[in-house]
Design a protein around this ligand. Structure first.
Ligand code: THG
Length: 367
């Protein structure tokens, strides 16, 4: 057993002390912050997300704030997703690529106005990237990190909890739309979002000194619905087909390979970073694609630390990038980043730590 030692370089979120008190017993590092990953009962935590309601410290979803006359302009330069139809109060899931069309991140972009935009980022240093691109393009924009920390409320009963806590109006929020509000004077942004397919909201706390207060309010409002602490649940997100950029992708992966091509608009202006490369990649066609793989056997055997080779006829054709035990399918299921020569229905061999395991590939999502 070991414990994590929070420092300025390994930042705890404003909910950290609450998470520890709630029984956090494992954590990961994401965006150079501590991300709680379990509270000691993974099975109960899983079913709470599927059937009930769960609250997650996701302060690791750090915000990159773009502010000033060219804020939206910079946001559009950073993503090949067309933002021209993004309304104020609307969020959009958007890939960020480098000049070669390689995936760097997949934030939710929140547009407050043409002059104020947040990138709610996945695990890479987009702060540097945004500031560099803005400066190199001579834009009038300030790039900073605001005092903002998301707390996710996820699961089929999340709407009951959040509407009773914040107000019935949250029921009218469409997917990824958001509103600024306050709760007992705690400044918040409330968005219908979250890294699960079970429904829910994220409460973006705008005052880091009030994390414990917000945590306690949510826990109290959730009591009638048996709310409990949880974390972005890898088994659920794999069943649901959500991509983890940096987990399921590496520094050669483009959006088309991991089913994010739908979020690339090839007609965005030529000055969008990576768009020329993406047009070329689209025209050439991809060599790898992302499929699901269902492994033989029903004994839980989740993945270790590294991608595992996938073979067909003794030849390596790709990698299994994540594998979890699905309690709803009673199977070990994973993602394959694999040659286009392999198609749904094909049988493959995954070289696992305990030896080779046969599996069948299929389209995602699983559920
Ligand atoms: N919430 C917030 N910030 C985040 C995440 C989040 N930053 C990091 C990470 N998660 C960003 N990645 C994703 C990946 C997928 C989704 C959201 C954020 C997602 N995808 C849906 C899907 O793929 O089916 C819907 C996408 C769509 O249709 O637009 O929800 O969770 N604040």
């Amino acid at each position: 057993m070991f414990s994590i030692f929070p420092t300025a370089r390994l930042r705890p979120s404003p909910f950290y002390e609450s998470a520890v008190k709630a029984g956090m017993d494992s954590a990961s590092v994401y965006n150079r912050m501590i991300m709680p990953t379990s509270y000691g009962d993974p099975e109960a935590e899983y079913w709470r997300i599927i059937n009930g309601v769960s609250m997650w410290d996701v302060g690791i979803e750090r915000q990159v704030q773009l502010e000033g006359p060219d804020a939206l302009k910079l946001a559009q330069l950073l993503t090949p997703r067309d933002l021209s139809n993004c309304a104020e109060g609307q969020g959009k899931y958007a890939p960020i690529c480098n000049h070669d069309g390689i995936l760097l991140n997949d934030p939710i972009i929140l547009k407050f106005s043409d002059e104020l935009v947040w990138l709610s980022i996945a695990d890479s240093d987009i702060w540097y990237w945004a500031r560099a691109i803005g400066a190199e393009r001579g834009l009038n924009v300030r790039v900073s990190e605001p005092d903002v920390s998301p707390l996710a409320v996820q699961g089929p009963k999340a709407e009951n909890v959040v509407s009773e806590l914040i107000g019935d109006w949250v029921k009218d929020l469409k997917y990824f739309w958001f509103k600024e509000t306050s709760l007992n004077g705690i400044p918040l942004v409330v968005q219908r979002s979250g890294w699960s397919k079970q429904g829910g909201f994220e409460l973006y706390l705008k005052d880091g000194s009030r994390g414990t207060e917000l945590w306690d309010l949510v826990a109290e409002a959730g009591k009638p619905y048996d709310i409990g602490p949880g974390a972005p649940a890898t088994p659920e997100r794999v069943e649901s087909g959500l991509v983890s950029v940096g987990g399921d992708s590496d520094d050669t992966t483009n959006p088309y390979e991991v089913r994010l091509g739908g979020y690339v608009n090839l007609e965005v202006p030529d000055d969008v970073v990576g768009i020329k490369a993406l047009r070329q990649l689209h025209a050439d066609g991809i060599k790898r694609h992302q499929l699901g793989v269902v492994l033989e056997g029903d004994t839980p055997d989740p993945m270790g630390f590294a991608w595992e080779p996938i073979e067909v006829n003794g030849k390596v054709v790709g990698s299994m990038t994540i594998c979890v035990f699905s309690r709803r399918m009673n199977k070990n299921i994973g993602y394959a980043l694999i040659s286009r020569d392999v198609a749904p229905g094909d049988t493959v061999i995954v070289q696992r730590a305990r030896g080779p395991v046969p599996g069948v590939v299929q389209e995602l999502p699983f559920l």
